[in-house]
Write a protein that binds this ligand. Structure first.
Ligand SMILES: [Zn+2]
Length: 340
């Protein structure tokens, strides 16, 4: 991997391969039909977890990141697995599914339908083997299953916090395959929301990268800057505003790099590479604990020493840093660098 101007490809959570069948979702009977069809594949969502399995290991689930995989303790599940090494546990519909929140997640190329079924309440036992979070499993899942988990989690998060109508306060009920909530009193429709956030490398005339540590982050945890897009604001304007707010510098230009959904709980991250001629940093203490410029050589040394922790493997932040570095973090550290 070399320093490049190419956009980011194959971001972990942007890999969905399913047709989202938006027109099919509108039919009021679609979910009951899918739940009567034994060919429908059901993925259960418990809290923020789904059950994963290693397709090559029928004795699973002993997925990495679960307590049984002690050697992966504290690391991303993906550390031990490449993309496609894990799959979701999928089953046929069960009668009890009708009593739960059901989400039509789409169809694949052969017409197979996939639904998410949301268990009520939080997942009781987060340590149960094989039940992983998207942060743990996302990088290692197949394309299809990364898409199912990302979309299912984003929708489930939205339903959990939008049970009442924002217009009149009456209860809302899910409809249209789980993609709309309708007000019981006045019939108004409410759609799942996605909150855009920009995230950007900032590079100075000496090709140094700006790294920041958030106000409440532990020592050694550094990333590129990021922030939510405000109402009435373009992505590029948000990049410029966030950099100015957090470190007090003006950027000259920002180039789009790529984006991916980030359902923690409801964002999409839009990545940019920005340049500046200003190097004097004025850190906003409300947002930032510290900020610093690093050369590629300095960053490699910090990684090898273990004094800098890189963002999660599924994050666009890590990919943006690697885009600047011209190398993967793992190839610098030999895979031993601690992550968040
Ligand atoms: Zn209402």
């Amino acid at each position: 991997m070399a320093v490049t101007d190419e956009p980011l490809a194959d971001l972990a959570l942007s890999r969905s391969s399913l047709d989202r069948v938006a027109l099919e979702r509108r039919r009021s009977e679609v979910l009951s039909e899918l739940l009567e069809d034994p060919r429908t594949r059901v993925a259960e969502i418990r809290g923020d977890r789904m059950q994963v399995v290693d397709p090559g290991d029928r004795a699973a689930p002993t997925a990495p990141g679960a307590p049984s995989a002690a050697k992966a303790s504290g690391q991303d599940a993906s550390r031990a697995c490449s993309a496609g090494a894990l799959g979701l546990v999928l089953r046929a519909p069960q009668p009890e599914d009708r009593e739960r929140l059901v989400l039509h997640l789409g169809r694949d190329g052969d017409g197979t339908a996939y639904v998410g079924v949301v268990s009520p309440g939080p997942h009781e036992d987060p340590a149960q083997p094989g039940w992983l979070t998207l942060r743990q499993a996302g990088e290692a899942l197949t394309r299809r299953d990364a898409g199912l988990f990302t979309t299912g989690l984003a929708l489930a998060n939205w339903h959990a916090t939008h049970r009442f109508c924002p217009r009149c306060g009456a209860p809302t009920e899910p409809t249209e395959g789980g993609w709309v909530r309708r007000c019981e009193r006045e019939g108004s429709d409410h759609y799942p929301r996605t909150d855009p956030a920009v995230i950007m490398s900032v590079v100075d005339p000496d090709d140094r990268l700006l790294l920041g540590r958030g106000a409440h982050w532990p020592e050694g945890r550094f990333s590129v800057l990021a922030g939510f897009v405000e109402p009435g604001e373009s992505f590029e304007a948000a990049v410029a505003r966030e950099v100015a707010e957090e470190v007090g510098i003006t950027i000259d230009a920002a180039r789009y790099l790529g984006n991916q959904p980030w359902p923690f709980p409801s964002s999409v991250m839009i990545g940019f590479a920005a340049t500046t001629r200003q190097t004097e940093l004025t850190v906003d203490p409300v947002e930032m604990a510290e900020a610093r410029w690093v050369t590629r050589g300095e960053y490699r040394d910090l990684l090898r020493e273990g004094t800098v922790r890189t963002p999660s493997g599924i994050s666009i932040a890590k990919r943006i840093i690697e885009h600047w570095l011209g190398d993967t973090v793992e190839s610098v550290t030999g895979g031993t660098s601690p992550r968040w």
